[in-house]
Design a protein around this ligand. Structure first.
Ligand SMILES: Cc1cc2nc3c(=O)[nH]c(=O)nc-3n(C[C@H](O)[C@H](O)[C@H](O)COP(=O)(O)OP(=O)(O)OC[C@H]3O[C@@H](n4cnc5c(N)ncnc54)[C@H](O)[C@@H]3O)c2cc1C
Length: 275
């Protein structure tokens, strides 16, 4: 049953990525063609932020899913035998990424509707259908709560958190050596891993009912760490655009943002969106 579910959850995540990509493409096309208050929508900084951020999130999400699919090939009947650690990590990645991509598909459909203004709400445009289709992806193949339970089952039964933390720490250290990203940016992930360790230790002494209460929080923290490690890994080629994508992704996921005169989504708009 778990095997069948993991396969269909991967398919669900790929479908979610498809909706994210379509929503991004529709939002971009509309913003490029619509004028309001005498300007092109893409001239407004807030519109630029939305599009840059959508671009970065969907690219990092896609790279993460390809990593999971590669692991799936190994775990499910590939020629190579998957280790026990790989089997557990696969189950963990499927659970957290199914939740993340399905929820992102809804956010993306919402952002695409908003980009279209009133037109986004009416059926002459594809956007209402994107939102409707996205909404089922969070429900079938396991709701967020059920996926949260899978995460804590993997922790309780197989110490999946140790495998995850070791894997993430190692991959981050390796990628960091080659990555041109600012040390301060990468430090956010290191801090995130330390915080996860602390929280899981506190969580372990809770009663089982209360443990379930925190399952989605743990899942979301793991997702943020996993996708961020992938974002850093993607920059080791030093390709300018990948660095821009990672900086916008980190700006969205970790920075408290503050106020400055060159926020990443505006700085990298052309590299990401007009590519
Ligand atoms: C369009 C559509 C097509 C479908 N097609 C198929 C199909 O082809 N084959 C198939 O087998 N199924 C199919 N399903 C069923 C789908 O997989 C289930 O609807 C889904 O898994 C949710 O289960 P449920 O409806 O029984 O909700 P419930 O289990 O009743 O859940 C209701 C709510 O309670 C929460 N909840 C339930 N248990 C817990 C718990 N232990 N802890 C915390 N919260 C909990 C859930 O998260 C959810 O929010 C389909 C569903 C839809 C909408």
């Amino acid at each position: 049953m778990i095997e069948a579910l993991n396969l269909s959850r991967v398919a669900n995540a790929v479908a979610s990525m498809g909706i994210m990509r379509r929503a991004y493409t529709e939002a971009k096309a509309y913003a490029n063609n619509r004028k309001a208050f005498g300007k092109q929508l893409t001239d407004f900084p807030m519109v630029r932020e939305t599009l840059s951020t959508m671009g970065a999130i969907q690219e990092i999400g896609l790279s993460t899913m390809f990593m999971v699919i590669k692991l799936m090939d190994k775990v499910m009947g590939g020629k190579q035998r998957a280790s026990f650690k790989e089997q557990i990590l696969f189950r963990l990645y499927v659970a957290i990424m199914k939740k993340e991509t399905a929820e992102q598909a809804i956010h993306f459909a919402h952002d695409a509707i908003e980009m279209h203004g009133g037109n986004g709400y009416i059926e002459d445009f594809v956007t209402p259908r994107l939102l409707r289709d996205a909404q089922v992806l969070t429900v079938w193949e396991g709701t967020a709560n059920i996926l949260g339970l899978e995460v804590i089952r993997l922790i309780s039964k197989y110490q999946a958190e140790e495998l995850f933390i070791n894997d993430m720490t190692k991959r981050l250290q390796t990628a960091k050596k080659e990555s041109p990203l600012d040390e301060k940016i990468i430090h956010f992930v290191k801090q995130g891993i330390d915080q996860l360790k602390t929280e899981i230790n506190q969580w372990k002494v809770l009663n089982p009912d209360l443990q379930t209460y925190y399952s989605k929080r743990l899942s979301d923290k793991m997702t943020r760490i996993l996708t961020s490690v992938i974002a850093v890994e993607e920059t080791v080629t030093h390709e300018e655009r990948q660095v821009a994508v990672a900086e916008v992704f980190f700006h969205h996921s970790w920075n408290d943002k503050g106020i400055n005169d060159q926020p990443a989504p505006l700085k990298h708009f052309s590299k990401i969106v007009e590519y």
